[in-house]
Design a protein around this ligand. Structure first.
Ligand code: M6R
Length: 609
């Protein structure tokens, strides 16, 4: 949940490290710090709060060394403070370390180290690693790190600077991401690619259980027990500017507007020219195995879980396979009923969410086939799953997920049609109907993004609302859940999503005069039922904003305002109808003066439990 950067070379180390941290702030932003090694001395500077506080401190600091490490933190053990910020050091100040993850046995280690005379300055789990290195160190840092790796349990990406090793940065990972950027007479380390993209496109993606000894002119990789590993260079093809704001006020707004392209990119090459078949050449699942699947478990968190709820509807409808959609943090701890023919689908934008990865690993350990839907090619989920369906949304920086969600839906629809065709549950004509509808979405999404001024107006009117409700039936209910999450997450307005027919079983009591209700009515087969539920809330004084397809003039009779969206096949409507809800949340957050891209208490990638 934290961001790590390391640099060795002849550039200005402060600029490279702080610039990299700026790109990683989405991973955590409650404190930051930097350590450099110059003239045989380790210099550590840290500051609680946003990176800008550290930058202010650094204005008067020269930091002339040629190697350094930096960290942006999202607190797990110990509140945000200067002391708890990374880098952490041992007693003698010979080592400086940054860490992403959780050292699960830190209390036991801390007791042991305190008994051996070590004095701690922070409340963090990370500091034990610095002291442990000091305790074990015998002049050979490589062997020391192997020994330290054996002692610490849990998840870590660790990067170490040592006073006695002025030409080396040491990096190791277990369950937390880490990459090495390869330059000419300089090398980089980072939690994620955007941090180093300004300098290089050639990258080693460290696998779980690997470490790297990084020097200015070479990088050597090993397993955690010291066996050399030959790595392939991964060439990053996306552009550095793709990770920047590109003229928008916030990354979230930029990412909302990128959805037509993201949808197009995710569809490209995956539908046959005559729009009758899905083409997934990289899928290793054989047709026989697909025919044998007897159930699917979709496992994910947050927005990705919401995507899974839509996925369930279409997978059951097109492939006629029973689907359960599971919250990863629950699933990993219960003994779900699975057979050898259960297909596990994990969904994760980052591919690094700790709970989702834990579920993935547990399923793999049981010999189940795991298919990952992820947006990050080199992510842990992508590397560890048996099959991967990449969503080509490009880097998503805003904490609130937008284009990742819509492209996850695209991936799920493609999967559902593919399975349906192979299992002979979907005729060519039925498949074509869905694929034609999917194919037209990029263009329609462009029209939907144009609803922005309307959504901005409603957001401004509701700026002081305390409670809001999102209602819908069927697929609309799944989209309502995602709309409510978006609003809560960035505007801090309380929002609840309800299956419209369920309101009268309790929640209707919360509807009072003027409470905003956003009603999704995009499914013709459920339309009349939804209107009845809308009338129930109208009768209790709610202000109802309805969303429906263009040409459906009927809804205006039952609501206070209507947003009309382009007509499309009802099954794929969620992909369009979530967009106005994302815009509503965005403008509500802006109107309330919130930090849209970095909402309080949240981080983009939840790499701890
Ligand atoms: O990277 P993942 O898709 O695994 O992340 C899962 C959730 O943390 C994420 O979707 C979260 O709910 C979003 N911030 C919501 O906008």
């Amino acid at each position: 949940m934290c961001g790590i950067v390391g640099y060795i070379g002849s550039r200005n180390v402060k600029e490279v490290v702080v610039g990299g941290l700026r790109k990683l702030e989405y991973r955590g932003y409650d404190s930051a710090g930097i350590a450099t090694l110059e003239d045989g001395k380790l210099k550590v500077i840290k500051s609680v709060g946003r990176l800008v506080n550290l930058e202010d401190k650094l204005v008067t600091e020269s930091l002339d060394g040629h190697l350094g490490i930096g960290h942006t933190r999202w607190a797990t053990h110990g509140r945000p403070s200067d002391d708890n910020a990374h880098p952490h050091q041992d007693c003698s100040g010979r080592f400086a370390i940054v860490h992403n993850g959780i050292v699960e046995n830190y209390l036991q280690l801390r007791e042991e180290l305190e008994a051996a005379g070590h004095t701690f300055r922070s409340e963090t789990d990370t500091e034990v690693v610095a002291h442990l290195i000091e305790e074990v160190y015998n002049g050979d840092l490589f062997q020391t790190m192997i020994a330290v790796g054996e002692r610490i349990h849990g998840a870590y990406a660790l990067v170490v600077l040592a006073k006695d090793h002025p030409d080396t940065i040491f990096a190791m990972r277990k369950s937390s991401p880490l990459i090495v950027g390869l330059g000419q007479e300089e090398n980089f380390i980072a939690s994620d690619i955007p941090a180093i993209l300004e300098y290089t496109r050639n990258v080693y993606v460290l696998d779980d259980g690997e470490m790297a000894v990084v020097r200015k002119d070479r990088v050597d990789c090993f397993t955690l027990d010291g066996i050399p590993v030959l790595k392939d260079v991964y060439q990053v093809t996306w552009d550095a500017v793709a990770a920047e704001r590109g003229g928008y006020d916030h990354f979230m707004l930029k990412e909302i507007h990128e959805q037509p392209k993201a949808i197009r990119d995710t569809l490209t090459g995956r539908i046959s020219e005559d729009l009758s078949r899905v083409v997934l050449p990289d899928l290793t699942l054989s047709d026989d195995k697909i025919r044998a699947i007897d159930r699917i478990h979709i496992v994910a968190c947050g927005t990705s879980w919401h995507a899974g709820l839509v996925g369930k509807v279409v997978l059951e409808k097109y492939a006629r396979i029973p689907v359960d959609v599971e919250i990863a943090s629950e699933y990993r701890y219960r003994d779900a009923v699975r057979t050898d023919n259960t297909l596990i689908v994990v969904i994760s934008q980052s591919g690094e969410t700790a709970d989702t990865l834990a579920a993935l690993r547990e399923c793999k350990a049981r010999g189940l086939h795991v298919l990952a839907i992820t947006n990050v090619v080199g992510s842990s989920a992508a590397r560890e799953a048996n099959d991967v369906l990449v969503t080509w949304a490009g880097p998503e920086i805003a904490v609130a997920s937008t284009k990742a969600y819509t492209t996850q839906l695209i991936a799920l629809y493609l999967l559902a049609v593919h399975l349906g065709q192979i299992r002979a549950e979907l005729t060519l004509a039925q498949a074509r109907d869905v694929l034609v509808a999917l194919d037209s979405l990029p263009q329609l999404a462009e029209q939907v993004v144009d609803t922005a001024p309307h959504m901005e107006q409603f957001a401004k009117e509701w700026v002081h609302a305390e409670h809001t409700f999102f209602i819908g039936r069927g697929l609309d209910y799944s989209v309502a859940l995602e709309g409510a999450l978006k609003l809560k997450e960035i505007s801090y307005i309380h929002a609840e999503a309800y299956a419209a027919g369920e309101l009268k079983h309790g929640t209707l009591a919360l509807i009072t005069e003027g409470v905003p209700v956003i009603a999704l009515a995009t499914q013709p087969s459920l339309y009349e039922k939804t209107v009845s539920n809308i009338k129930e809330v109208k009768a209790r004084g709610a202000f109802v904003l309805g969303l429906t397809w263009v040409g459906n003039e009927d809804l205006a009779k039952s609501v206070d305002a209507v947003i009309y969206l382009p007509l499309t096949a009802p099954d794929v409507a969620p992909i369009l109808h979530v967009i106005p809800l994302q815009l509503l949340a965005y403008y509500a957050a802006v109107s309330r003066g919130n930090d849209v891209d970095k909402p309080r208490n949240l981080a983009k990638s939840v790499t701890v439990e």
